[in-house]
Ligand binder design. Structure first.
Ligand SMILES: [Zn+2]
Ligand SMILES: [Zn+2]
Length: 379
């Protein structure tokens, strides 16, 4: 078998190490197979976020390829059913309005086969020019509302698929520019939300809510930074770490602070006559329980059209979804997207982990049910 075939096969099998090895030996990263499909398109069809990132980093063309039926890279991603891959490609510049030979866009193809979360990601994608507007001087202004250096990070932030508060705070904590301009980012997000509601027929309610929701999470940081409760925070390296701890803290499997923050974000949403608001209000009206769906997933289902909740696929810290997360080797009941997330969660998982191991229970929910039963007996 020649090298070309081998690379395509390695991508199809999802073997990242193998692909990396082969890639170092090729000249053209936009290599096509006999159907005119590129390596990136093959990785997108496979739904592999890691391989798509790798190929894009190597300079693969997000709009490349000469597929027999004119499928674009985004068409392939839409078919894969992985919304994160769709988001990555859009951010890299894949065109959402490309048509295949039967005149269907990527979002239409995704809808056709029932990949609703891909449809939502493509339809709610925020173009860079949208954010760029705020980095320019308009009308009477002497300076733009947003520092130019914030264009790329804010653009990525508003296109985040994962709606977990920890994920949003982690995103900001990794970017010092964002940390320095928190209040102007919050202001711009509020303006973006209002602007979205004033578009008349083209108003996108979901985006308006998403902007508000993200700004609410950033506001937590702002408020905490200006508060003088320094003694509570002193133990932590940063305000972000302190907030993340609060968000993760759980009692019997329920993160009360996190659930409260999400409900507050919905309550403070100014556009109360919208479907999005009513839908969220109804879904979040009940008190959070261990057997109920976590609030961030309810927001996720409204914002991203995500359906179903698979306990064993979410990072216990930041809610990132993947089939390949590493399980806690001690209890095998929870999983994490990274070492960092596992470390962050240990202060709350430590005790659970021990009980899980001792009782042989396999999920956090079972654990909490066990704890609840014990409490009922004691009473
Ligand atoms: Zn994580
Ligand atoms: Zn464990």
């Amino acid at each position: 078998m020649d090298l070309k075939n081998e690379i395509f096969q390695a991508i199809q099998s999802g073997d990242v190490t193998k692909v990396k090895g082969f890639l170092s030996g090729i000249q053209d990263v936009d290599l096509e197979d006999e159907h005119g499909t590129t390596l990136l398109q093959t990785a997108a069809f496979k739904g592999s976020l890691e391989l798509c990132k790798l190929l894009l980093d190597m300079g693969a063309d997000p709009n490349g390829g000469h597929h027999d039926s004119s499928y674009s890279t985004l068409h392939f991603a839409a078919l894969s059913g992985n919304p994160e891959v769709c988001a990555l490609l859009l951010e890299a510049g894949s065109k959402p309005d490309s048509l295949n030979t039967v005149n269907r866009t990527p979002a239409q193809m995704a809808a056709f086969i029932g990949n609703h979360s891909c449809v939502a990601v493509i339809n709610n994608y925020v173009d860079k020019s949208y954010v760029e507007y705020y980095t320019q001087v308009h009308g009477q202004e002497t300076e733009p509302k947003l520092d130019r250096s914030l264009l790329n990070p804010l653009h990525s932030l508003v296109n985040l698929v994962n709606m977990h508060p920890v994920k949003i705070i982690q995103f900001v904590s990794k970017n010092s520019q964002m940390k320095n301009h928190l209040s102007s980012i919050v202001k711009v997000l509020t303006l973006m939300s209002e602007k979205e509601m004033k578009r008349g027929k083209t108003t996108n309610e979901i985006l308006a809510f998403k902007f508000h929701y993200i700004s609410h999470m950033l506001n937590l940081l702002l408020k905490e930074e200006s508060s003088d409760l320094t003694s509570a925070k002193e133990k932590f390296q940063s305000t972000e770490e302190y907030i993340i701890r609060l968000l993760l803290l759980s009692m019997n499997g329920v993160s009360q602070y996190q659930e409260g923050v999400i409900r507050e974000a919905v309550k403070l949403y100014p556009f109360k006559e919208t479907m999005t608001f009513r839908q969220l209000l109804t879904s979040l009206s009940e008190k959070p329980t261990v057997s109920g769906t976590p609030g961030y997933l309810i927001v996720d289902s409204v914002v991203n059209g995500q359906k179903g909740f698979y306990d064993d696929m979410y990072c216990a810290t930041c809610g990132e979804m993947s089939k390949t997360h590493k399980k806690c080797i001690k209890c095998k009941a929870v999983q994490y997207c990274s070492k960092q997330c596992q470390k962050l969660h240990w202060f709350v998982h430590k005790k659970e982990c021990e009980i899980l191991r001792k009782t042989g229970r396999t999920t956090e929910k079972e654990l909490a049910d066990g704890v609840n039963q014990m409490q009922v007996k004691e009473n």
